[in-house]
Design a protein around this ligand. Structure first.
Ligand SMILES: O=C(O)c1cc(C(=O)O)c2c(n1)C(=O)C(=O)c1cc(C(=O)O)[nH]c1-2
Length: 257
């Protein structure tokens, strides 16, 4: 990391620092994703992933609404509200959250069970809530910067779609519709957010805050996968009250290392 006293970076240097954080800390490097994408999880473990990630999906529009509520600029609000429309849809049964629930149904989860949040891992809740609080409480520049993990999302989403379709017979193209949409939504969203941040992060202090915001967000994503790994892979300590897989997946070795 740069010394606090160094001079401010120019735009392309700042962009490179942001991308370097992704290369080191983004959740594509997490072993849980490796197992998920390579077909090495049982159905129950995939269910645990889908059920927990529903809480992230459900919370994203809340954090986007929080960001909009803090923006003085009509342009920022106008662009950002597309994210609400993408996730919530314009009518019931449409939008990203509905598509996520379809994915949950495809892997064998009951919709009402998922929506109840019954069985959520405690660490999922803490990590996701921390993201919403961060966006409510930090500077607007940090709030926008924390969304920049989406710079790195299209590659991992494409890998995930390929891997899950190839390896799990309970995953269909229809079930992957959520991710298919994100392949176009994420680049559009992040192009705007990156430009917005590069334009405004001028001082060393602002630039440090933006880089820290991205590190924080990588931690939010990483912590969710650590919790899944600990509970459902190795050592397999499922916290009291958390989702307990009921099916064949217990035939598979619980330990992968
Ligand atoms: O599948 C993924 O790996 C992945 C990662 C991320 C991300 O990098 O935060 C998001 C999403 N998906 C996603 O679907 C999504 O809607 C989303 C919104 C945001 C955000 O911070 O505003 N990140 C992500």
């Amino acid at each position: 990391m740069r010394a606090k006293t160094s001079a401010a970076l120019n735009r392309s240097e700042l962009e490179e620092e942001l991308r370097a954080i992704g290369r080191r800390r983004y959740h594509d490097r997490h072993p849980f994703h490796e197992l998920l994408h390579n077909g090495q999880l049982g159905r129950g473990q995939v269910q645990a992933w889908a059920l927990n990630r529903f809480y992230y999906q459900r919370s994203i529009p809340k954090k986007d609404a929080a960001l909009i509520s803090r923006a003085d600029s009509a342009e920022l609000r106008r662009v950002w509200r597309q994210r609400l429309a993408d996730h919530d849809g314009d009518e019931p049964g449409h939008g990203g959250i509905a598509r996520w629930l379809n994915l949950c149904a495809a892997v064998g989860l009951e919709r009402r069970k998922v929506e109840s949040l019954d069985g959520l891992l405690p660490a999922t809740r803490f990590a996701v809530d921390a993201y919403v609080h961060f966006v409510r409480e930090k500077s607007l520049l940090e709030a926008v910067a924390s969304s920049l993990t989406e710079l790195f999302a299209p590659d991992i989403i494409a890998d995930r779609m390929r891997g899950m379709l190839a390896h799990y017979d309970f995953v269909s193209n229809e079930a992957m519709a959520y991710f298919d949409r994100r392949l176009t939504e994420a680049p559009r969203d992040v192009d705007f957010a990156l430009e917005w941040v590069l334009e405004r992060a001028e001082t060393v202090e602002q630039q440090e805050s933006v880089l820290d915001a991205l590190r924080f967000k990588c931690d939010v994503l990483w912590a969710q996968l650590d919790a899944l790994y600990h509970a459902y892979v190795d050592p397999g300590h499922i916290p009291p009250g958390a989702f307990a897989p009921q099916d064949e997946s217990t035939d598979r070795p619980r330990r992968y290392r």
